[in-house]
Design a protein around this ligand. Structure first.
Ligand code: C5P
Length: 205
């Protein structure tokens, strides 16, 4: 069984994908981490995320990097949305994601293009969304917890900029697959969102 979970930043897709993985006992891949690892390698080597050749060179990143907490920072997230717009970066990461999806018992992948490009034949597809303001409030609360003093306005404008970059790029833009079930988490608690996600998966099996 392959489950595809897509959606924008701070929509809740990661939390939902992890909960589904536990529920169904399936391996889970957060594909955003791959793009973040490319971005982190580019930044570490003081290269330019906007240069396709620099970003492609970083697709042979060291796997140990995938466990680095810095990968989850907004700095790396922003650069990830720049490197991920390069077609050659996307094609360099394609096989790795498809291999993960092809495991014997199945898998759950979350990202932006799982239901459209990586696993178009997935058994169940979810597109998780929430309003930009609500996603900004969630991200802002997370950042405050780790001591950041960034303003809510700033987080909101970063979220809008990232949505815009991810949705307007030519290759594999952030868009719901036509056969995906849409889950709006704007007014749901985490627990209710997870229950709703399981229901939506069950109706597709
Ligand atoms: O989900 P996360 O915020 O970790 O993703 C970081 C960036 O990686 C996204 O803004 C997006 O540009 C890119 N990404 C992508 N395709 C995926 C997963 C992430 O383009 N499947």
């Amino acid at each position: 069984m392959i489950i595809a979970v897509d959606g924008p930043a701070a929509s809740g897709k990661g939390t939902i994908a992890r909960a589904l993985a536990r529920h169904y006992g399936l391996p889970h891949l957060d594909t955003g981490l791959l793009y973040r690892a490319v971005a982190a390698t580019v930044l570490r080597d003081e290269l330019d995320p906007a240069q396709e050749a620099d970003a492609v060179a970083a697709t042979s990143f060291d796997d140990l990097l995938l466990a680095d907490e810095w990968l989850r920072s907004d700095e790396v997230g922003k650069a990830a949305s720049v490197v991920s717009a390069h077609p050659l970066v996307r094609s360099a990461l394609l096989q790795r994601q498809k291999r993960f999806a092809a495991q014997p018992n199945g898998a759950i992948l979350d990202g932006r293009d799982i239901g459209t490009v990586i696993a178009p034949d997935a058994d169940a597809k979810l597109f998780v969304k929430a309003t930009p303001m609500i996603r900004a409030r969630r991200r802002h609360a997370e950042l405050q917890k780790i001591g950041s003093t960034v303003s809510l306005d700033r987080v909101l404008s970063d979220i809008r900029a990232r949505d815009d970059r991810d949705s307007t790029r030519a290759q594999a833009p952030l868009v719901a697959a036509p056969d995906a079930a849409v889950l709006d988490t704007s007014f749901l608690s985490i627990e209710s969102a997870i229950l709703k996600a399981i229901q939506l998966v069950e109706t597709q099996l």
